[in-house]
Design a protein around this ligand. Structure first.
Ligand code: ADQ
Length: 468
């Protein structure tokens, strides 16, 4: 069986006491089955980046980690990845900035990933690259002589060509993507947007059939691989952690009130400002709920160096202050807004205790929180998921209560509906979601991607490393 080499911008090097997150668990399962290697940045910056990756081994998986120097962190990571690609691919054209130096750093970093990975490769490796940080990695690896199957999975949306075109180097990015053998996306619209972009640059004849594109003699498989969760593991975590101190304290603080929960990274794509305003409107237009419900929003700070994140923080603090100032009582805080991380199992326990999970991104590749919320519920008395139609997850979780995250009146109405939904309807909606979650599990995600990558074996000459 071929070895699986996973490459991502950031890797979770195992640390004592720290449990890996859901995505890492899924990738690790795929790598453990194939004596794999995980290559990427360890999250550290140094005055000068080391020439060689650091190698660690645990449970049959090799971890090869590199560090960034300060300029790489600033120009590649904060600059082109988080300042250019992330906003544009989430349709934030106003927040998008393009700068040639940042793009040069992006190209150099993709080349450095390739240079440091090449000596570690074996001839029959399958290479699975993750996300928008590494669009050019396959191209750089092939320039270095590698000719092994390579696939890219994009965790975020792929925008329509009319948005992608805003990026001055979009043609180069598309061209580089075609050096992969398999391009995986979260949803059908993403794959169609990619294929539309290829057709717009190379003509409709490049779309050789429904699942492949061919340009310059290269045939590339395009497909939908919706990322999922491990329902049984989440059920266990949620049940066990309900007895934890953190859960008991949180529940005691509610004084019997109904709970609505939001769990997100603090990012403008997650629609938090719009969500907070909708909740304020809900308390205003449905005053009978005042002092009867609590909204717990957990959103740890991230990417604080980028200006947009400072703005969203300020907006959220203001809205929280205004709502709490307007509606709070001596024993009731309408919004509890926490900027901190919790262990995954504690979050699952919180979600199980909530009557509503509110997941309202203005744009999201998939959104695992929506799936985790549904998976964590007690099937006998499940909570209600309020879900934005702009999340990839909305394509699968059709029985959630769907909302437009920009429509605060519609969201206020959805919150009212969800708090008052009869048990039979909650069960019916939850059952339908569980069926999808079991079918499109995290296991199905990595298995189907790796199987597709493996189907390319034999269509390629063996790996050749260029002499010298
Ligand atoms: P993210 O944008 O990070 O991921 P998401 O899919 O919601 O978004 O995953 C977040 C993960 O982090 C979940 O497992 C969640 O439980 C965890 N998490 C969130 N807040 C937390 C907190 N406060 N404390 C601890 N854990 C927390 C990107 C894309 C998504 C895509 C995923 C996976 O943007 O669209 O679904 O990759 O492909």
């Amino acid at each position: 069986m071929s070895r699986l080499v996973a490459v991502s911008n950031r890797i979770s090097v195992p640390k004592r006491g720290a449990a890996p997150g859901g995505l890492a668990v899924g990738l690790l399962a795929a790598m453990q089955a194939r004596r794999g290697m995980w290559f990427g940045w360890d999250g550290e910056t140094a005055a000068a980046a080391a020439d060689e990756p650091s190698i660690a081994r645990k449970d049959g998986v090799t971890y090869a980690s590199i560090d960034f120097d300060e300029a790489e962190y600033k120009d590649f990571y904060l600059g082109f990845c988080n300042g250019t690609l992330w906003p544009l691919f989430h349709y934030f054209i106003d927040g998008f900035r393009y700068n040639d130096e940042h793009y040069d750093a992006y190209q150099r970093m993709n080349a450095r990933y390739a240079r440091q990975l090449l000596p570690l490769l074996e001839p029959d490796d399958l290479i699975w690259v993750h996300d928008y940080h590494l669009f050019q990695l396959a191209q750089k690896l092939r320039e270095g002589g590698a000719n092994t199957p390579m696939g890219l999975f994009l965790h975020i949306p792929f925008p329509h060509i009319e948005v992608l075109r805003v990026l001055p180097v979009y043609g180069e990015i598309l061209q580089a993507m075609l050096a992969y053998d398999v391009l995986g996306f979260q949803t059908e619209p993403d794959v169609q947007n990619f294929r539309g972009a290829v057709a717009s640059v190379w003509g409709p004849q490049a779309l050789t059939n429904e699942r492949t594109v061919s340009v310059g003699g290269r045939r590339v498989i395009t497909g939908v691989f919706p990322i999922g969760v491990d329902v049984d593991a989440i059920q266990r975590e949620a049940i066990d952690s309900q007895n934890s101190d953190a859960c008991k304290r949180m529940l005691a603080g509610l004084l019997g009130r109904k709970l609505m929960i939001g769990v997100d990274r603090l990012d403008y794509s997650k629609g938090l400002v719009e969500r907070f305003k909708a909740y304020e409107r809900f308390l205003e237009t449905h005053p009978e709920n005042q002092n009867r419900v609590t909204f717990l929003q957990i959103a740890p700070l991230s990417r604080s160096d980028v200006r947009a994140y400072a703005e969203i923080r300020r907006d959220l603090e203001q809205t929280t202050g205004r709502t709490n100032g307007r509606f709070a009582d001596t024993d009731w805080t309408p919004i509890r807004y926490l900027n901190r991380n919790f262990p995954h199992d504690v979050l699952m326990g919180f979600m199980r205790s909530a009557l509503i999970g509110i997941v309202t991104p203005v744009r999201d590749g998939m959104n695992l929180v929506a799936k985790e919320f549904a998976a964590a519920q007690d099937p006998a008395d499940p909570g209600v998921l309020i879900l934005s139609t702009m999340a990839g997850a909305a394509r699968e979780l059709a029985s959630a209560v769907m909302v437009n995250p920009y429509d605060s009146r519609g969201m206020a109405h959805a919150i009212q509906l969800a708090f008052n939904m009869p048990l039979a309807e909650r069960r019916e909606r939850h059952q339908a979601m569980l069926e999808v979650l079991h079918k499109n599990s995290i296991n199905a995600w990595h298995t189907s991607f790796v199987d597709t990558l493996e189907s390319v074996v034999g269509r390629q000459p063996a790996l050749k490393l260029r002499a010298g």
